[in-house]
Design a protein around this ligand. Structure first.
Ligand code: PEP
Ligand code: MN
Length: 361
């Protein structure tokens, strides 16, 4: 689908030079916790403080946030340190409460952006506000680019112009090294479809693990994303939500100090080339990951065929698989011969693995 123009103005905290940095705890837990975090972040030059006050939890009975009362603590940090404040909104009442508290950036969480009814309710509440806050739309939990774009369009149509997207990874079934695998091609496709829309990365929810946050943040900035939203807590081990993925202020300062510097020559051809190479590197990583998964499934098929006494090679299945894949590839503008060679190699390796996996059983 062709790129679509949406009217945009800069986000609070974005100065047009370096990446937009938003940081703060997953959840606001106490006045002291918010004040300690804001003070430390302000000292590192962070201009936007985040904290969830309403938390969408997977199971009932978990810590569901302090609620509107915690907005006062954020408003205090705004007064004391001059920082912009950001929180998650999931329904009309949240938008109204956050607006009254002077929240500068409202973000729509991944469990909300997945639901057009909920997004429309938020959009209607935003439309009714005399002055529009900035809004960041997280990707839906499932890797559905159209749903993400649709949510952004709903907010844009409500008259919000300080608008951006947050890439926080996508739910995956089973064991994974990431809590929410990033599928980097999706945020890049979003940028192609909505040119000019700032897309920032949430390495905390992508990784789910404090030690992986800094490398993922660097990757995102290295690939040219426009900023970061990172969970920082004065005592991560005591956090009431997402304890494993939050950084201490000191760890976060380290992350900032080690981010790749992308500014200065952003328009030069050399930088564009570097950006594109980093994109290629990450796409290749995804290809390798996919091939490994394909081979693991092939090995399982091998064992199953062995159990039921089926021969490894079934030429009918091979032919229909090949025709089907080539047809899909050609529809995307890929060369049929090249794709035939690639799939022949993949298939050959699958057969070898299937034969191996029946050995000795
Ligand atoms: C959060 O930012 O704390 C949060 C709940 O994130 P997500 O909606 O990405 O899960
Ligand atoms: Mn969180």
């Amino acid at each position: 689908m062709k790129p679509q123009y949406i009217p945009l103005t800069p986000l609070p905290g974005a100065d047009g030079h370096g990446p937009l940095i938003i940081a703060g705890p997953c959840s606001a837990e106490s006045r002291t916790q918010i004040d300690q975090t804001a003070r430390a972040l302000n000292n590192f030059g962070v201009k936007v403080l985040r904290a969830g006050v309403w938390k969408p939890r997977t199971h009932p009975g978990g810590f569901e946030g302090i609620g509107a009362e915690a907005l006062d603590w954020l408003a205090e940090a705004k007064r004391n340190y001059g920082m912009a404040i950001a929180t998650e909104v999931a329904m009309a009442r949240h938008v109204e409460d956050a607006y009254r508290a002077g929240v500068d950036i409202m973000w729509i969480g991944a469990r909300t952006s997945v639901n057009p009814f909920a997004v429309q309710e938020i959009a209607d509440a935003l439309e009714a506000l005399p002055v529009k806050p900035a809004v960041l739309v997280k990707n839906p939990v499932n890797p559905d680019l159209e749903l993400w774009i649709g949510a952004i369009q709903r907010i844009s149509k409500a008259g919000v112009t300080a608008l951006g997207a947050i890439h926080r990874g996508f739910t995956a079934y089973g064991n994974n090294s990431y809590r929410n695998p990033p599928h980097w091609s999706i945020p890049f496709e979003l940028r192609r479809r909505l040119p000019g829309l700032p897309v920032i990365c949430d390495p905390s929810h992508i990784t789910g693990c404090a030690s992986m946050v800094a490398p993922t943040a660097s990757q995102a900035i290295g690939m040219g994303l426009d900023g970061l939203i990172v969970e920082v807590h004065p005592q991560p081990e005591k956090a009431l939500s997402d304890s494993a993925q939050q950084l201490t202020p000191a760890q976060f300062a380290d992350l900032l100090a080690n981010l790749p510097v992308m500014g200065g020559h952003a328009d030069s051809d050399a930088t564009k080339l570097d950006d594109l190479r980093v994109q290629i590197d990450h796409i290749d990583d995804e290809i390798i990951d996919l091939i490994a998964r394909r081979m693991a499934v092939a090995a399982k098929i091998g064992r199953l065929k062995h159990m039921v006494g089926m021969p490894v090679l079934q030429s009918q299945r091979y032919n229909s698989l090949m025709n089907d894949r080539i047809e899909s590839a050609v529809a995307l503008g890929l060369d049929a011969d090249v794709m035939r060679r690639i799939f022949a190699a993949l298939h050959e390796e699958s057969v070898r693995l299937q034969l191996l996996s029946t050995d000795g059983e």
